[in-house]
Design a protein around this ligand. Structure first.
Ligand code: PHE
Length: 491
């Protein structure tokens, strides 16, 4: 199996694909808001602490493990010790769930891309989004029916996922990342340059970066920083291990980890500047303070931004098209990485041909995504996203640092990556992986659970949070244990 494992055509190809996975919707619509609402400029302190105490060390860990054991996440962990195999399946199941709701977001982005040519959302972007487009129901269990516009987009996304992954590592994932990522960068640069030169932009930028140091005392701010870094670097989902398993034997792992993190970080900052300058424009022209026009995620992309574009004349059309193209491209490269993490695991475990696996995953994934095309899809997305990010991914990071730091001995991975890398990692890495990362992640987990009970997420009913939140986490763990009990069909 090792001998015929497909490979990237070059280290650059791998790094581009890894950046493609890391750079996603999180950079564009999540980061700007997270910075703003967690202390603005002051947030940069927890953010960089999180990057250096969890982001980069875990990236090195995941790259190192995937490369040394040359397998998908479950296979790599199995090779460390078979009792850890389940820890490799949990992120794979989480990835599957992320992928399904990601397809809803991508479907909406594509729909808005088509609308943006004519600003088809009309004058009231809020009402258009919730009523005319989504026709959203009253609660997470009130499915009403299937929204055909959303469904068409979901079908398209799964076809794109299927097409890119079906073609394989080199001529599929690598090739399309090499096209989409540079396009993404150019588009973002155009948006930012245009954005900061518009009247009112500084208003937005001041709001974004004005530091509120008092926020640093709030543990929630630190949790937000770790959460953002985790989600943004795509660690804890099995992607990075899988991607690095396709690297040639001799390749610079440490350098790749720094480059991925650096590129992702820079991209996040550029996006934040673009987003807030445009929000500043809106605040300026409608005469309300920036904090009244700002929002995150869905609200930013599908309500606030369309509104700004409507205010702008021809530049509104241009920026609108570019912005939704940006979301679509960034989302596709991340979605593809999720499909790859899942298919690699199944190929390794059941020894089925890759193309067949990709096809089956795409069909099953599409069928599961249909729930997000119902009129309550957006609620379900919101709940699942919160639980998977706060509990699923963070727990996997915690378990990984335990297994490598305590069970395996961090030196084994560090010596491996050092032996092939130009930059050598010092023993500080062991200390981080053994003590600091697990400590922080543990605190975050406890805090999140505590907050969850104190103030249940998003004001949803306990029942909805149980079904779409806790049960999803439980399915991840139980499913992982069940899968790990099955015998390996491959050698
Ligand atoms: N890293 C991606 C982002 O920033 C999100 C993502 C997380 C993608 C996990 C795949 C897996 O948006």
């Amino acid at each position: 199996m090792e001998e015929n494992r497909e490979q990237w055509s070059s280290k650059m190809g791998f790094i581009i694909a890894a950046i493609g996975s890391a750079v996603g919707l999180g950079n564009i619509w999540r980061f700007p808001y997270v910075v703003y609402s967690n202390g603005g400029g002051a947030f940069l302190i927890p953010y960089f602490v999180a990057i250096f105490t969890a982001g980069i060390p875990l990236l090195i860990l995941e790259y190192g493990v995937g490369h040394k054991y040359r397998g998908s996440t479950p296979l790599s962990l199995f090779r460390i010790n078979k009792k850890f195999e389940w820890m490799g399946w949990w992120p794979i199941i989480s990835s599957g769930i992320i992928l399904c709701y990601y397809s809803l977001v991508l479907s909406m982005a594509m729909k808005y891309l088509t609308l943006s040519f004519t600003k088809g959302w009309g004058v009231d972007s809020n009402s258009y989004f919730y009523n005319d487009f989504l026709n959203i129901s009253s609660s997470p269990f009130d499915f009403k029916g299937i929204n055909s516009h959303v469904l068409v987009g979901i079908i398209a996304i799964w076809m794109i996922n299927w097409f890119i992954c079906y073609k394989g590592i080199k001529s599929g994932i690598e090739k399309y990342n090499k096209i989409l990522l540079p396009c993404l960068l150019i588009i973002v640069m155009i948006i930012v340059i245009r954005g900061v030169t518009l009247e009112g932009a500084t208003l937005g930028l001041n709001t974004l970066f004005t530091p509120d140091w008092s926020k640093l005392k709030n543990p929630k701010v630190w949790i937000a920083a770790y959460g953002q870094v985790f989600f943004s670097l795509s660690v804890g989902t099995g992607i990075m291990m899988t991607y690095s398993s396709y690297l040639p034997k001799k390749t610079d792992i440490n350098n790749s980890a720094f480059m991925t993190a650096f590129a992702n970080c820079s991209f996040e900052f550029i996006c934040a500047i673009g987003v807030f300058s445009i929000l500043g424009v809106m605040a300026f022209s409608s005469g309300v303070p920036v904090n009244e026009v700002v929002s995150s995620g869905i609200g930013l992309a599908f309500i606030a931004f369309p509104k700004v574009f409507s205010l702008m004349g021809i530049w509104g059309n241009i920026l609108g098209v570019l912005f939704f193209m940006c979301l679509t491209f960034a989302g596709i490269t991340s979605a593809v990485s999720l499909v790859e993490a899942i298919s690699a695991a199944i190929v390794d475990k059941f020894n089925i041909e890759r193309k067949i696996v990709v096809t089956r995953i795409s069909i099953c994934g599409f069928l599961l995504s249909i729930i997000f095309a119902t009129n309550s899809g957006l609620y379900i997305l919101d709940i699942m996203d919160n639980f998977i990010n706060n509990y699923g991914i963070v727990s996997v990071g915690l378990l990984e640092s335990f297994v490598i730091g305590w069970y395996l001995n961090a030196d084994i991975i560090r010596n491996h990556t050092n032996s092939i890398s130009y930059i050598r990692i010092g023993s500080w890495w062991n200390i981080i992986i053994k003590y600091i990362t697990p400590l922080f992640l543990f605190l975050i987990l406890i805090q999140s659970i505590f907050n969850e009970f104190k103030a249940p997420y998003g004001g949803y009913s306990g029942w909805a949070l149980t079904v779409y939140g806790w049960i999803i986490i439980l399915i991840g763990i139980l499913g992982a244990i069940i899968l790990s009990k099955k015998t390996w069909k491959s050698n």
